[in-house]
Design a protein around this ligand. Structure first.
Ligand code: AMP
Ligand code: MG
Length: 401
């Protein structure tokens, strides 16, 4: 058996790396950018009027002038005009090009206008040269980087991409993922289970968790039958990059999955981690790392923990994301556990008035009581080196969606 840290290392050294594809702008939301986006021109591209008001030559004000004749109007979308006279002014609108010969904008709120004369209503000392002018290139210069590869494209990122005129962009391919459950006791959610049966839930958890990551997975289920599982997995391995399996990896009589995967040429990198829940987790890849299989224990809490603790971070890296920064929380209550295993417990998170994230471990967190998870925001990770964690201890947490 290996430790949690050893499992992390083995996952990192068998990383799947996905190639890129070009998608239209409209297909890009939520995808991971695979190219560097450069400014095609200065931002802003001209000295831009930042307030509705008048544009003046500051020297006139410095010479004691506080009233200015309005000589012209400049609107957004019009080419630059000259200020006709350095002692006069032009009415200018936000987003218009600052008139040549002008260098300062005074807002309407600081003026009174009568008979074509704009008179300052605030002390002249409050106006400085360049006021309310957004200078060309102060945001970015032509060829400056506006967005780097490795970001998941959010609306604000796409606004920047749009503003440089890029209609298609290079993004990381998404992994083709199949979710596979096994078990003779499982029926579909549409069926009414017999007394000895239960409805399938893990496959739906995994499908939804992948969906949240922008991955559109297919769902497959096989009974505990070696021939059926073997032919099913063999077909899935040819059309998918990643299989996320649930069930059939423990020590029971019907836990055939590890042997079947080995028979299909998937090399085991680990089976069993010193942790609770989720001890029987299995991970392997094809020899070229182009096919990756996670086989998670079927207990619903184990499947959930293993997905959020190992599979999600792995897939984020595969998709070119830098990985989320670790989440640390403070225990609101003491936690004690017996065996020398890394211990994970679901917790509800709240924020204290000091701005600290507080974790309330949930009761009844045995690996089978999975309806409790609806109250959980995260799993807390307790290192195997200790067994008593007083209230206030800071531990790492793994958010669950
Ligand atoms: P296994 O890992 O196959 O030994 O299953 C362990 C426990 O998890 C058993 O009680 C199973 O009935 C349950 N289980 C396995 N797969 C699923 C599933 N897809 N949905 C819900 N429960 C499951
Ligand atoms: Mg089973």
């Amino acid at each position: 058996m290996l430790t949690v840290a050893e499992a992390d290392d083995l996952l990192a050294s068998h990383q799947l790396s996905l190639t890129t594809e070009t998608v239209a702008f409209t297909e890009a939301p939520g995808r991971v950018l695979a190219e560097t986006i450069l400014a095609d021109r200065d931002f802003p591209p001209f000295d831009r009027v930042a307030m509705d008001g008048i544009a003046i030559q500051y020297d006139a004000l410095a010479d004691g002038q506080t009233a200015f004749s309005i000589l012209a109007i400049g609107r957004a979308g019009e080419p630059q005009q000259p200020l006709p006279d350095p002692t006069g002014c032009m009415e200018v609108m936000t987003g218009s090009v600052l008139p040549s010969g002008a260098d300062t904008v005074i807002r309407y709120e600081d003026l009174s206008i009568t008979d074509g004369i704009a008179t300052l209503t605030i002390p002249a000392a409050e106006i400085s040269r360049g006021l309310n002018v957004h200078k060309q290139g102060t945001d970015r210069r032509t060829f400056d980087v506006v967005l780097s590869a490795g970001v998941r494209l959010r609306p604000v990122d796409l606004a920047v991409v749009a503003s440089v005129g890029q209609t298609s962009l290079s993004v990381r391919k998404r992994p083709r993922v199949a979710v596979v459950s096994t078990g003779d006791e499982l029926v579909t959610i549409e069926q009414t289970p017999l007394p000895h049966q239960i409805r399938q839930s893990n496959a739906h958890l995994l499908w939804a968790a992948l969906h949240e990551m922008g991955i559109d997975a297919s769902i497959h289920h096989y009974p505990d039958d070696v021939a059926t599982i073997t032919s099913g997995l063999s077909a899935l391995l040819s059309g998918h990059d990643v299989l996320v399996m649930t069930g059939g990896v423990s020590a029971g009589k019907a836990d055939y999955v590890p042997d079947i995967l080995a028979g299909l040429g998937i090399r085991k990198h680990f089976h069993k981690i010193e942790q609770r829940p989720g001890k029987p987790m299995w991970f392997g890849t094809s020899p070229d790392n182009q096919r990756v299989v996670f086989a998670l224990p079927g207990n619903p809490v184990s499947t959930t923990l293993c997905f959020y603790r190992y599979v999600r971070p792995y897939l984020e890296t595969a998709m070119g994301l830098p990985g989320e920064p670790p989440l640390y929380v403070q225990l609101a209550k003491p936690v004690t556990f017996a065996p020398p295993l890394t211990y994970f417990t679901p917790a509800h998170l709240t924020t204290s008035t000091e701005g600290t994230l507080l974790a309330e471990p949930l009761p009844g967190s045995g690996s089978a009581d999975f309806t409790n998870l609806t109250a959980a925001d995260a799993f807390l990770e307790f290192p195997a080196t200790e067994s008593n964690f007083p209230a206030g201890t800071v531990v790492q947490a793994w958010a669950i969606g």
